[in-house]
Write a protein that binds this ligand. Sequence first.
Ligand SMILES: *[C@@H]1O[C@H](CO)[C@@H](O)[C@H](O)[C@H]1NC(C)=O
Ligand SMILES: *[C@@H]1O[C@H](CO)[C@@H](O)[C@H](O)[C@H]1NC(C)=O
Ligand SMILES: *[C@@H]1O[C@H](CO)[C@@H](O)[C@H](O)[C@H]1NC(C)=O
Ligand SMILES: *[C@@H]1O[C@H](CO)[C@@H](O)[C@H](O)[C@H]1NC(C)=O
Ligand SMILES: *[C@@H]1O[C@H](CO)[C@@H](O)[C@H](O)[C@H]1NC(C)=O
Ligand SMILES: *[C@@H]1O[C@H](CO)[C@@H](O)[C@H](O)[C@H]1NC(C)=O
Ligand SMILES: *[C@@H]1O[C@H](CO)[C@@H](O)[C@H](O)[C@H]1NC(C)=O
Ligand SMILES: *[C@@H]1O[C@H](CO)[C@@H](O)[C@H](O)[C@H]1NC(C)=O
Ligand SMILES: *[C@@H]1O[C@H](CO)[C@@H](O)[C@H](O)[C@H]1NC(C)=O
Ligand SMILES: *[C@@H]1O[C@H](CO)[C@@H](O)[C@H](O)[C@H]1NC(C)=O
Ligand SMILES: *[C@@H]1O[C@H](CO)[C@@H](O)[C@H](O)[C@H]1NC(C)=O
Ligand SMILES: *[C@@H]1O[C@H](CO)[C@@H](O)[C@H](O)[C@H]1NC(C)=O
Length: 802
Amino acid sequence: MRCITVCVAVAALGVRASLVRRDDAHHPETPDTAPNLPIIPSVPFLGNDAMPSSPPSYPSPNTTTNGWWEHPVKRARKDVHAMSLDDLATLVTGSGYGNGPCVGNIRPIPSIDFPGLCLQDGPTGLRGVDYATAFPPGITVAGTFSKELMRRRGTAIGREFRGKGANVYLGPMVNLMRAPAAGRNWEGFGADPYLNGEAAFQTVLGVQNERVQATVKHYLANQQEHFRNTGSSNLDERTEREVYLHPFMRAIQAGVVSVMPGYNFVNNSWMTQNSALLNDRLKRELKFQGYTVSDWGAQHSGVASALAGLDMTMPGGTSCCDTNLTSFWGANLTQAVTNGSVPLSRVQDMATRILAGYYFVRQDEGYLKPNFNFMDIDDPATNEHVDVMADHDVISREISTAAIALLKNANATLPLHKPKKIALIGSDAGPFALGLNYYPDNIGWPYGALSMGWGSGATMNSYLVTAYEAIQQRARRDHTAINWSFDDFDYVNARKVANYSDVAAVFVTSLSGEGYGTVPNSKPVDKAANMGDRNNITLWNGGEKLIQEVAAINNNTIVVVHAVGPVLMEEWIEHPNVTAVLWAHLPGSESGTAVADVLYGDYNPSGRLPYTIAKQRRDYPAEVLYNSDAPQPQINFTEGLLIDHRHFDAKDIEPRFEFGFGLSYTRFNYSALDVEFIGDYGHNWNHKWGHHKAPDGLPSWLFEPAVRVSFTVRNTGDMDGHEVPQVYLRFPNDSGEPPKVLREFDRVWIPRGDTVHVHHTLSYYDLSVWSIPHQQWRRSPGTYEILVGASSRDIRLRHSLL
Ligand SMILES: *[C@@H]1O[C@H](CO)[C@@H](O)[C@H](O)[C@H]1NC(C)=O
Ligand SMILES: *[C@@H]1O[C@H](CO)[C@@H](O)[C@H](O)[C@H]1NC(C)=O
Ligand SMILES: *[C@@H]1O[C@H](CO)[C@@H](O)[C@H](O)[C@H]1NC(C)=O
Ligand SMILES: *[C@@H]1O[C@H](CO)[C@@H](O)[C@H](O)[C@H]1NC(C)=O
Ligand SMILES: *[C@@H]1O[C@H](CO)[C@@H](O)[C@H](O)[C@H]1NC(C)=O
Ligand SMILES: *[C@@H]1O[C@H](CO)[C@@H](O)[C@H](O)[C@H]1NC(C)=O
Ligand SMILES: *[C@@H]1O[C@H](CO)[C@@H](O)[C@H](O)[C@H]1NC(C)=O
Ligand SMILES: *[C@@H]1O[C@H](CO)[C@@H](O)[C@H](O)[C@H]1NC(C)=O
Ligand SMILES: *[C@@H]1O[C@H](CO)[C@@H](O)[C@H](O)[C@H]1NC(C)=O
Ligand SMILES: *[C@@H]1O[C@H](CO)[C@@H](O)[C@H](O)[C@H]1NC(C)=O
Ligand SMILES: *[C@@H]1O[C@H](CO)[C@@H](O)[C@H](O)[C@H]1NC(C)=O
Ligand SMILES: *[C@@H]1O[C@H](CO)[C@@H](O)[C@H](O)[C@H]1NC(C)=O
């Protein structure tokens, strides 16, 4: 059976556990005389012990023919045996930046009839390519909390890559929002491991079912832009597995073809040559069968990276991104094999993994060659300008709308009903005066409708519907008198326009991006630039003042925030004249349409915050390391498991708006929670491990269903709408876990007056903690509790579980 069918079938079941088939042959029952072995809480990395290092793990495991990968790997092995050493080196080495139409290129290998590969950014859609969709970024689809929308976005992205002849989508990005100011947070799926994991899983299935290879990145713990090439992320093994590795595991369970080691170090070992994380975690423990590909220019050695488990170097040269053909691999890899430094079998395994990925998504069956040229999109000879946008405006609009979290709605100000006079205030409400895509990769002045952050993760907008356009359409229909003021700093005019209106919508922003680009926060007034990471988590262009000026004069001030992440709101959120707040993330091209749909009630808001909005910056558990004189700055993850809402819970800090929060125009009532053990191994499943360490890989029973959670939700208001019930787990008290962790979620449609039954299944893995002494996932002795709520702090139902 082909992977494609299996992927769809498995995903349709919606059961995480069913992904891995039971295979107990290698795990004879060895009853444990002491099933409730104590779990020793992990020793968090405190940053005051010896300089951490990464233990060696060699040799690099070969890929396997397990499961879905059987046929692709067998075929790849056959090819590899027919390939010369030079061919092998060509297959694993990028052709050099600019030598090919895509951001990364692998040359053709005629001896095996292999046409080469085109790798393209990602993750928001096709980077730097015309007639393609600027999709809502990762943080926005995360805000929908909808598995279906995550999947459909992946499908649409996949179709666009395939239509342009790009083999590899360089996404999804799953680096958690550890520090709220970190520049690339917006490319990923927010601050929770499970939310990220599910979004990664759905995205990979969506993209790969369209026969495009996905690349999950940036492996591992690549958490900030300052010191992006020199910083070492230091973290303990339990934090590593339970928090940062989890989304990569979920991507692997979806069959992801490649994994991208990032620019950073972990425990002072470059990620492109960290054998503990590449050979051991990825290829042994998680049994990853595809290939690893370096981030652009992240490779720093030839022999060491080969032995540590790197399988492809991009863009091929020793640095990113000049057309420098000097390579650590290529002819050097051939030589390293010839002189005995790298075993031939290692290079054969690199090639096997790359070809297996190609066959896994059936790119040998009539896949297009690239019909665009990322290096020069105006070159008539190499650009066919193929339109791949289809009707993807529909899914983009749905996601951008569904993601909007209604954070405040005093006295049911919203939805608007044919207002007499409306004012739109702030540059984000209208178009950027100098034009669309004026700054390459969005690196420039922060004015005009914000559709996404900056860097390699940005895409070009083919069109951009601003609030100004969308709300004008309504004004025409409703006979509303409309006016606007788009200069963020002209408070006199803002006040004048606001005074005249009975509704004033103020549009404010906060931006960030990738560290190769630096963007000033506002006009020449403030020249301090943001080096990828935000300098602070306040609004840009003095948005706080603009809101206050307007609210001082208009008693129905609605604030619309387009932002890459959390923003402090204390200066204005409780202002009595600020009647409503829409948290609209980064909308891509469907900016104004999404906001208008929610403002006017054509769409009942259902978006939820994929991170916590704190009352003050120091309430967050982790920060970007901005300053260091060290050649290799140490970024110590001393907060351990306590990122984002887990920390606010554990330290009992009141946030402004909690993770998972968002209002609706209707009301929902929760009831009838039922929690049932359904697993084969009852309550004490540790005995499955026996007395010894697990053999290679995680045992398949770990992912089998253990607990079924069912409850009902009723729409008791007077409008149809979606609700987003969230299932949290409370571990036993001395488990070392945070007070509650997210384990399941989804968005459900409930017409008014109707009741919906919701079912979720948790696996043994979901109930386990990583025990460092045992080197195993184990249950924690004591009582577990299932919590079901409308947000992480609005728990409606509880049920304990032994
Ligand atoms: C991080 O931990 C290392 C090793 O324990 C220590 O030397 C260093 O000072 C710590 N760095 C910071 C910024 O706390
Ligand atoms: C990183 O260092 C910490 C602290 O020494 C250690 O617990 C952990 O196992 C190391 N992890 C890796 C991947 O090297
Ligand atoms: C990988 O497979 C080759 C060929 O079968 C074998 O020679 C080599 O030892 C294997 N490597 C590992 C690490 O098992
Ligand atoms: C090519 O890379 C080498 C090694 O990093 C470097 O020494 C050289 O200056 C580079 N050449 C160009 C033209 O960038
Ligand atoms: C091999 O690597 C060395 C640096 O380690 C570099 O100077 C040389 O140009 C490389 N050779 C090729 C063919 O890229
Ligand atoms: C083998 O070749 C590689 C690549 O040129 C080189 O880096 C390495 O030092 C050589 N090793 C020996 C033992 O000659
Ligand atoms: C909301 O309604 C109450 C009473 O119904 C009123 O006192 C209050 O001023 C209203 N607030 C706003 C923001 O309109
Ligand atoms: C607001 O409008 C009123 C009545 O039209 C006027 O008296 C007042 O001066 C205006 N305020 C501002 C700040 O424009
Ligand atoms: C719109 O606002 C401008 C600037 O304050 C003002 O001059 C103009 O009269 C307003 N237009 C209408 C139709 O009220
Ligand atoms: C916010 O960042 C800007 C630079 O982008 C800086 O000028 C300003 O002082 C910062 N504000 C705060 C409150 O830190
Ligand atoms: C709210 O708006 C009204 C105008 O409608 C204004 O008179 C009042 O001072 C404002 N309230 C505050 C707290 O600024
Ligand atoms: C808001 O201001 C308008 C006009 O200035 C007034 O008619 C209305 O009563 C005010 N609403 C509240 C809640 O103060």
